[in-house]
Design a protein around this ligand. Structure first.
Ligand SMILES: C[S@@+](CC[C@H](N)C(=O)[O-])C[C@H]1O[C@@H](n2cnc3c(N)ncnc32)[C@H](O)[C@@H]1O
Length: 231
């Protein structure tokens, strides 16, 4: 089993070349509509450990206000809603195909308090300073640097003071073999669903977030960073 490497949460200097986003935001929804049918298999093979850790770090308690941005097929959202059935749970995504899968997954929790809808990270459907927890998994790795900044401004707007931001990103590989995914991205960004390795710690600090932990996970050679930060 890969053990996580905790770092200071400040500047993480990782090896590897920085790659640019290669699928424009206005095409991402269509790309994920097509990937929705196979996404869960990919997620189970390469992302499940990082996602499990993100849910632990989110420390969801029943009765709080949780927003998940880029909810995808609802893998994390199902766990969130299970833990926060009487609180408020809002899930948004720009892909109708991914949301349909999430709706199916959440059927067994139909008594719980949640909404799933189309929505963008750049225009979040909740009030300023209202979220206790904001979760966002594998979205920044699709975005240009400019869009990352736009999304972080929105995240900061909607979080309460002291609210928890929990993120997972595909990151730059730190162990043997992990660069294979960058090679695939270089040949065909769509084959990687537009995801390339990014590191978000410095950008979060620039936006005024306080990083509590940044952990590295590698599963089937796929490198992820899990970050917990406070507003
Ligand atoms: C790699 S998938 C991850 C899905 C889910 N978060 C998970 O971890 O299983 C990326 C998701 O981000 C969504 N997405 C990308 N850009 C977005 C944006 N600007 N606003 C909302 N969702 C976005 C895509 O539609 C897709 O569902």
């Amino acid at each position: 089993m890969n053990s996580p490497i905790s770092c200071c949460g400040h500047t993480c200097r990782l090896s590897g070349k920085k790659l640019d986003a290669r699928i424009p935001q206005n095409e991402i929804g269509h790309v994920y509509d097509k990937l929705a049918g196979i996404y869960d298999v990919w997620a189970m093979l390469t992302e499940s450990r990082a996602r499990k850790r993100a849910i632990e770090l989110a420390k969801i308690e029943n009765g709080i206000n949780v927003l998940e941005v880029a909810v995808g097929t609802g893998l994390a959202f199902h766990e969130i809603v299970k833990r926060n059935a009487n609180g408020k749970n809002t899930g948004i995504d720009i892909s109708q195909g991914m949301l349909k899968k999430a709706e199916k997954r959440l059927k067994d929790l139909s008594e719980a308090n949640y909404t799933l809808s189309i929505g963008s990270a750049f225009n979040l459907p909740i009030e300023d300073g209202s979220a206790d927890v904001l979760m966002n998994n594998y979205m920044f790795d699709l975005m240009s640097e400019e869009d990352m900044d736009r999304a972080l401004v929105e995240f900061k707007r909607v979080l309460k003071e002291g609210g928890r931001l929990v993120l997972i990103n595909m990151t730059q590989g730190e162990r043997l073999g992990s660069s294979i995914y960058s090679h695939i991205y270089n040949i065909s960004p769509k084959a990687m669903g537009g995801c390339r390795g990014v590191t978000l710690s410095d950008r979060l600090i620039k936006h005024g977030f306080i990083i509590v932990t940044r952990e590295y996970y590698q599963q089937m050679l796929f490198p992820s960073e899990v970050i917990l930060a406070y507003k």
